[in-house]
Design a protein around this ligand. Structure first.
Ligand SMILES: Nc1ncnc2c1ncn2[C@@H]1O[C@H](COP(=O)(O)OP(=O)(O)OP(=O)(O)O)[C@@H](O)[C@H]1O
Length: 344
């Protein structure tokens, strides 16, 4: 049973020919972190605003904690949903101290309880001595953590975060990502965040829902989305991914443990470049694929090798492999292609 369940949510803005969100269904279990991932314009922010109650869907329903918070004819206002929100650019009140920023959502608590809650949240985010600072005296990462503490203060049943890491530079981003996940887990808060960044989603989320043009493409745990994408869009959204048709992958051979799925009328498997390696053609088992090396480029950790495979039943296709060993690779040479977990 999910803490939050959204069923066939649709929303089309007036004057737009296309729906921003089109029959989207997804859920998040208690204590879980869900990432809604998609390109710019895919409808992520619209979905988040619908969950928060800031936007009204045209159809569909949403349940939180077994209570209907949104359905045709029943739209609970934002303040009655028990949902917290961390906005993009973490909008702290600039004229208020950290302490008063965090206190903002818990003004009704008795003073002593409020002070205790603020102190424990500052401890949780690792900034116990920051109560009297002002937002302009904080780094970007610290501001993000204070914004998180402020949103957690009223103990929301669900926390929504809109592109929480987008304003941070690459180095800071990684640590803030780790901190955010750790804080949410320690606090036991269920959260949904939207991002266009696949690394953010893979690093922080327990579950990912991929959206394209308002339509949910796939929901699953990060390894599932990454290793067994439901379609070509999801596969390529998370980086280079090869589709190897089934015909050259003989049953019982080294590929037997791999997920074979359908793809546009064809059967085969999706596999990432780093999940394969190359062996000299003479050492390749009979049931594997071979290809001719067409291009080799050095990536630092590995060589990116583009191979041309020619399979009688299927014709020519290309495979990209990230090859880690230092064995020489010559353009024009035929080599065997094996999944990483197979013996060569
Ligand atoms: N208030 C609005 N009025 C009309 N159209 C809107 C409005 N808000 C969003 N849209 C349109 O709805 C679609 C989805 O937008 P949305 O902001 O939800 O996408 P997004 O995935 O969050 O994009 P980004 O990552 O760029 O923020 C887009 O085509 C956008 O132009």
């Amino acid at each position: 049973m999910n803490l939050l369940q959204a069923n066939t949510i649709s929303k089309r803005y007036r004057g737009n020919s296309r729906a921003a969100v089109d029959a989207a269904s997804f859920g998040v279990a208690e204590g879980e972190i869900l990432a809604l991932v998609g390109e710019s314009g895919s409808g992520k922010t619209t979905l988040l605003r619908i969950l928060a109650g800031l936007e009204t869907p045209d159809s569909g329903d949403i349940q939180l904690d077994e209570r209907v918070i949104s359905a045709p004819g029943t739209i609970l206002p934002p303040e009655r949903r028990g949902i917290g929100m961390v906005f993009q650019h973490h909008a702290l009140f600039p004229h208020l101290t950290v302490e008063r920023n965090i206190a903002f959502g818990i003004r009704r608590l008795p003073r002593k309880d409020r002070a205790e809650r603020i102190a424990s949240l500052l401890d949780l985010i690792g900034l116990p001595d920051f109560a009297r600072r002002y937002p302009h005296e904080l780094s970007g990462g610290e501001r993000q953590r204070i914004a998180l503490a402020r949103a957690l203060a009223p103990r929301p049943r669900l926390l929504l975060l809109d592109e929480p890491f987008s304003s941070l530079d690459a180095r800071l981003r990684q640590s803030v990502r780790d901190d955010t996940r750790a804080v949410l887990k320690q606090h036991g808060t269920t959260a949904i965040f939207v991002t266009h960044d696949t690394d953010d989603a893979l690093a922080v989320a327990d579950k990912i829902t991929v959206i394209r043009e308002g339509v949910v493409q796939q929901s699953g745990a990060p390894p599932e989305i990454y290793r067994a994408p439901a379609n070509a869009y999801v596969a390529s959204f998370f980086g280079i991914c090869n589709f190897i048709p089934l015909c050259p992958l003989m049953p019982g051979g080294p590929w037997k443990r791999h997920h074979i799925g359908p793809h546009e009328g064809d059967r085969g498997l999706w596999i990432r470049p780093k999940d394969m390696h190359l062996v000299p053609a003479g050492r390749a088992p009979a049931q594997t694929l071979t290809g001719v090396i067409r291009r080799v480029s050095f990536l630092g950790m590995a060589f990116e090798v583009t191979l041309e495979c020619d399979v009688p039943e299927h014709g020519v296709f290309h495979v990209i492999v990230h090859h880690g060993s230092n064995e020489p690779l010559n353009v024009g040479e035929r080599v065997g292609i094996l999944p990483r977990d197979a013996e060569s």
